[in-house]
Design a protein around this ligand. Structure first.
Ligand code: ADP
Length: 155
């Protein structure tokens, strides 16, 4: 059976930290579905269509990496996609506390899905979408925090 992992997030925007997690996890899984959740309660800064397009551009050479959006519970989306694994990145101890609660809640709902955590590379620990958004909002150069294939100014 194929090992399929869902990597859920807001990806607002998708950063080099996210890109690195997907590349490293690709060695563990046959397929990865990068899944943009649309009901987090937070209004997104970048439109969903742009986020999808940018992430597809990053992984355009790997047909085993898919980009989708979903509404509702992440575990329900995993079951629908027949994905047995949920992938999340960990940067800090506070990430861990937050992720532990979600992972244990998800497990209580659906024990057939294993949550897999990958530690971020040290050089990506400080990168988060909120800060990258602030740099962009105030006209700074965010290119070093974004995958090379993402060009924010291109339509
Ligand atoms: P969410 O809104 O669900 O936290 P994000 O888009 O912020 O979604 O993050 C998606 C996943 O990527 C989370 O597991 C998060 O911990 C991880 N992540 C975010 N930034 C980094 C980074 N710089 N390095 C590694 N993992 C990261």
């Amino acid at each position: 059976m194929k090992r399929v992992a869902v990597f859920p997030g807001s990806f607002d925007p998708f950063t080099v930290g996210h890109e690195s997690i997907v590349h490293r996890a690709r060695k563990l899984f046959d397929e990865i579905i990068i899944a943009i959740g649309t009901n987090t309660g937070k209004e997104a800064y970048f439109p969903l269509e742009k986020r999808i397009k940018w992430i597809r551009a990053v992984f355009k050479d790997d047909p085993a990496i898919h980009v989708m959006s979903y509404e509702g519970l992440t575990v329900d989306f995993c079951m629908k996609q027949k994905a047995g694994f949920l992938l999340r990145g960990l940067r800090t101890a506070s990430d861990f506390e937050y992720e532990r609660a979600i992972a244990q809640l998800n497990r209580a709902m659906e024990k057939n899905i294993e949550v897999v955590f990958m530690l971020t590379l040290p050089e990506h620990t400080f990168i988060n979408s909120t800060l990258v958004r602030e740099v962009i909002r105030y006209g700074g150069d965010a290119s070093k925090f974004l995958p090379a294939a993402i060009n924010l100014t291109e339509n």
